[in-house]
Design a protein around this ligand. Structure first.
Ligand code: ATP
Ligand code: ATP
Ligand code: CA
Length: 218
């Protein structure tokens, strides 16, 4: 389904979001105050516009309120980022996601109704730490303070055994959401699904349980 997105601020982070959404087949409006940045994104956006994200009239005339989601990726400059977010919420944009620079920025964005606040370096740091700490952790997504989703590579110990035989949920309190095997993805596997060494197991659970599973079950 084709959706309408807008990206305001075309640094490396905003540009990569814009390109990816456009490649997924969506309509993307890309906005930056810097002309050169706008020219550079033209090939990768449906509309590329040179405008100031804090200019309410400009945003109105672009019909910004009709976009399903708007992401504000005006970098380290926190004042325009906040002002832009405030205007978008006042104009009635349902989902406004914002890249935050630091904790102070996060708190202000929370108080003015940003729907999701992203701290790429901080979040990526946590993910990379988990990947560094265990060579078996391929992917890591934090769901809350206590819960996460990890992608783990099955070992010899798991080879040719079903989920039931391994008794993962009962023993470790973790649930396997999906099994990735080359190009194939088995979503919501049945208890009788057999695992092969090298399969990627997408597991959800309490962080403590997931570590236990990584260390004892894999
Ligand atoms: P990166 O993703 O590369 O790390 P960054 O978050 O460190 O980027 P910048 O490189 O400054 O920050 O990228 C922010 C972008 O936002 C720049 O392209 C800048 O021109 C743009 N920008 C800054 N102020 C505004 C504004 N008021 N309206 C629209 N765009 C703006
Ligand atoms: P449960 O109450 O734990 O769901 P169950 O008695 O309903 O178990 P099954 O669903 O047949 O029985 O599964 C048997 C056991 O196999 C589960 O207790 C669990 O340890 C393991 N298992 C089955 N499916 C999964 C899964 N997707 N992820 C992790 N473990 C699983
Ligand atoms: Ca940066």
């Amino acid at each position: 389904m084709r959706k309408q997105y807008a990206v305001i601020g075309l640094g490396r982070f905003g540009s990569s979001i814009c390109k990816e959404l456009y490649q997924l087949g969506h309509d993307v409006l890309a906005i930056d105050i810097n002309k050169e940045r706008v020219i550079n994104i033209e090939k990768y956006a449906t509309y590329a516009v040179n405008a100031d994200g804090t200019d309410e009239d400009a945003l109105k005339s672009l019909g910004i309120r009709n976009f399903e989601k708007v992401i504000v990726t005006i970098g380290a400059n926190i004042q325009p980022s906040i002002l832009c977010t405030l205007i978008l919420k006042e104009l009635g944009v349902k989902e406004v996601w914002v890249k935050a620079h630091d904790q102070k920025h996060v708190r202000i964005l929370e108080s003015i109704g940003a729907d999701r606040i992203i701290q790429p370096e901080y979040e990526m740091g946590i993910r990379i730490a988990h990947q560094l700490d265990s060579s078996r952790v391929i992917e890591y997504v934090e769901l809350s303070k206590d819960h996460s989703i990890v992608e783990l590579e099955a070992t010899k110990k798991n080879d040719n055994k079903s989920l039931k035989q391994l008794d993962i949920r009962a023993k470790y309190g973790c649930t396997i959401l999906a099994i990735k095997r080359g190009e194939e993805v088995v979503v919501s596997p049945s208890p009788d699904e057999k695992i092969s060494e090298g399969d990627l197991l997408v597991a959800i659970g309490h962080k403590v349980d997931l570590v236990r599973f990584q260390e004892k079950g894999m």
